[in-house]
Design a protein around this ligand. Structure first.
Ligand code: NAP
Length: 690
């Protein structure tokens, strides 16, 4: 055989996250490595976007976590669409939970690290042939211009994805099951649909989430639709038609950024090593990308394989100079194959739970019931996070070998004693709000501020939301902290596109930073826009009506909808309406209409959420001193005071105390209710005269 054009220790095919992490690890250990990649330039598309705890640790260990920039929490996680708090795997883990990071950004950072360590990536080259050559393996690569090169190495690794050429060329045996279900997926700009987390609707499953750039990722499946072989990706028309069938919403006018379809074909190679050829990531196991496990599994495979190859090639792992043989490489297969197999099983189970029609509902119900137990939750969360499960953790503890996590017990973390769900519920039962969390919208001032102060005084960690008045919000936080309470400010203007998404990004980040998880116990929808006085019904413009509805009705609805994934069972939702829904004031008709809508949120969600023990109530203030200059004018106050049966205007704390009652354990038997907190305004004027 003619001398190759290049000879090295390890050839890696595929410059995705697995290939780049592996190449960097090898180079760092002094192993010569070359990467071959068929794409001419790194892709800017992000197939995956979620990092789990074990992956975060691997990146931190390599000193590159910080280079990914500020990562936002990816919400609580799910199992087949059933809420699963991934921090349950190990609440004390420094990266507990899941984190959002576009795959393109991860690849850029891993690529930069590999480059700094001297790794060469040969782009625009496709592997076309493979042959054994003594103690070497020979790879033929062809460039786009048709020229071929011969590369040789002691080992070849296929990190070239689910359609792996290396797997084909090396003749790996595979087992698996063919596709039965398919999901359409698209990133679409210029559409405004509500965020949804794996919402199972009558005809199918839909999920939507807004990216920071304003485009929206939608995924949709119509129950019963069989997977079909596809030569090309779907077009927007097909995705939009299915989306409309399932959700009733139109997205066909949007601009597609990325479109694809994926199915639940399952496949795993029987051996991760065949002589001098090894596989890692999707090349070794193909699965439906449900729950963001594929990327994490791939990175974890690559890290394990890197260690094995370093041990093999440098003799490290045995005595100095010791010939360790192939044992590390066989060890790689023995360690990672069962983990991959287990992941495929859990992913198939999730596919059935998520994309099965109404016939899977009883299984979902039972599983959700089991998942309310700490041990079951910890078991599933550990499997997905790549961490030792509770069984192993307990075993370690018995051995005394590890200060392993005890997901069923509170662990002190960075000065915070974090309780498990069960314990937090216990605290609510005791009548205090210790270890609970609350979001009060519009709590920079007025009734919202008084509510935030009161809930914090009762022990809740409060997210103080505001739109523009940052100073006032910080003052609310400072007032809470002065009294030993805990709070943080979150900005988001409501009533504008992307509002609720922005609110929850800040909320989840704030909660995660302080408690390690994004879980909410209490939601108070208080923020509200009002109309100027003295506008006759004839003068209300369509624009004004739209603005009021956007802030006062649409936003609270979407906030409730979005909060469902964060709210703990047994939680509380309190919507602030107004006595004006029962008391005619023609100048306020538009405002009152929006508040009427808010009361409908209460009515219907109370029924909807009762099975989770979540109460939903309306509190309707009358005229309440919110600190506005109007309340500095004695004559005005006197006139307003006459509306209350008690002959005074309300104080913000009068309303806050009612909210606090509904939020407390004492309010547990009240749901779907309209609570008048107007000082008897609806009874008629004080002294009998209006
Ligand atoms: P307020 O003093 O006027 O304060 C309004 C709060 O809502 C502020 O925190 C404000 O944030 C926030 N907010 C307003 N528009 C917003 C928007 N577009 N996006 C995000 N946040 C926004 O309010 P209040 O008088 O205490 O009223 C609180 C609630 O009670 C409202 O729902 C109101 O309709 C209802 N209510 C009040 C009375 C009363 O007499 N006060 C009577 C009946 C019902 P910034 O500080 O950043 O602007």
């Amino acid at each position: 055989m003619a001398a190759p054009d290049l000879d090295t220790d390890v050839l890696v095919v595929g410059a995705g996250p697995a290939g780049l992490l592996l190449a960097g690890d090898l180079a760092e250990a002094g192993v010569r490595v070359t990467v071959v990649e068929q794409l001419v330039a790194p892709t800017t598309q992000s197939r995956a976007s979620t990092l789990h705890a074990r992956t975060m640790t691997l990146l931190a260990e390599r000193g590159i976590l910080g280079r990914l920039g500020q990562l936002t929490g990816g919400g609580p996680g799910h199992f087949g669409g059933i809420r699963l708090d991934l921090t349950a795997a190990d609440p004390a883990h420094p990266h507990a939970g899941q984190w959002k990071c576009p795959q393109a950004r991860l690849e850029a950072v891993l690529g930069a690290r590999a480059g700094e360590l001297g790794v060469r990536v040969r782009r625009g080259q496709r592997a076309t042939g493979l042959a054994a050559d003594g103690d070497r393996v020979r790879l033929t690569v062809r460039a786009d211009d048709g020229t071929s090169d011969q590369l040789s190495a002691r080992y070849l690794v296929g990190c070239d994805g689910e359609r792996s050429t290396v797997r084909e060329l090396a003749g790996f045996a595979v087992t698996g099951t063919p596709a039965t279900k398919e999901m359409l997926r698209a990133d679409v700009a210029g559409i405004d649909v509500p965020n949804r987390r794996f919402e199972r609707l009558a005809g199918g499953m839909a999920t939507a989430s807004r990216w920071p750039d304003g485009s929206t990722r939608v995924m949709v499946h119509r129950y019963g639709a069989a997977a079909r072989p596809r030569a090309v990706d779907p077009d927007l028309a097909e995705v939009a038609a299915t989306w409309e069938q399932v959700t009733g919403e139109r997205i066909g006018h949007g601009v597609p950024v990325w479109l694809n379809a994926f199915d639940n074909t399952t496949l795993q190679v029987t051996e991760y090593r065949r002589g001098r050829v090894l596989l890692a990531g999707d090349a070794a196991h193909r699965q439906m990308p449900v729950g963001g496990q594929a990327l994490n599994l791939a990175v974890q495979d690559a890290a394990a394989l890197g260690a094995a190859l370093v041990a093999r090639l440098t003799g490290r792992g045995g005595e100095p100079g010791d010939e360790v043989g192939d044992e590390p490489l066989d060890g790689y297969h023995r360690a990672r194959h069962p983990i991959g197999a287990r992941a495929l099983t859990n992913i198939q189970a999730q596919v059935l739970l998520l994309l099965g029609g109404p016939e899977v509902d009883p299984v979902r119900e039972l599983l959700a019931e089991l998942m309310r137990h700490d041990v079951a939750r910890a078991h599933l969360a550990a499997m997905i996070s790549g961490l030792p499960g509770p069984d192993r953790a307990h075993r370690h503890q018995r051995d005394g070998s590890d200060r392993a996590s005890r997901p069923d017990r509170a662990e002190p973390v960075a000065g915070i004693t974090r309780a498990t769900h069960g314990q937090a519920r216990e605290r609510i039962r005791m009548g205090r709000l210790t270890d609970t969390t609350a979001l009060v919208t519009g709590s920079s001032r007025g009734i919202g501020r008084a509510t935030a102060l009161r809930l914090a005084a009762d022990g809740a960690l409060v997210a103080v939301h505001y739109a523009t008045n940052g100073d006032a919000a910080r003052e609310t936080v400072a007032l809470i902290e002065k009294d030993g309470g805990r709070a943080f400010a979150v900005r988001a203007e409501l009533g504008v596109p992307g509002d609720v998404h922005e609110l929850f990004l800040g909320l989840e980040r704030g909660l995660r930073e302080r408690t390690g998880e994004a879980v909410l116990d209490i939601l108070v929808n208080n923020a509200g826009a009002t109309t100027p006085a003295g506008v006759a019904p004839e003068e209300v413009t369509a624009e004004e009506l739209d603005r009021l509805f956007a802030v006062n009705a649409r936003a609270p609805f979407l906030i409730v909808q979005r909060a469902l994934g964060l709210l703990r069972d047994g939680g509380r939702i309190i919507n602030i309406s107004s006595g004006l829904t029962r008391f005619a004031n023609p100048e306020q008709v538009a405002y009152a209409m929006t508040k009427g809508a808010v009361e409908q949120i209460t009515l219907h969600f109370a029924r909807h959420l009762a099975s989770r023990g979540i109460t939903v109530n309306t509190v309707a203030p009358g005229i309440t001193n919110n600190g506005s200059p109007l309340f500095d004018i004695p004559e005005a106050v006197e006139q307003m005071a006459r509306l209350s049966a008690f002959g005074r205007v309300g104080d913000a704390s009068d309303v806050a105390d009612v909210v606090a009652f509904l939020a407390s354990r004492d309010g547990r038997w009240v749901t779907g209710s309209f609570v008048d907190a107007s000082g008897g305004t609806l009874l008629g004027a004080a002294g009998g005269a209006a």
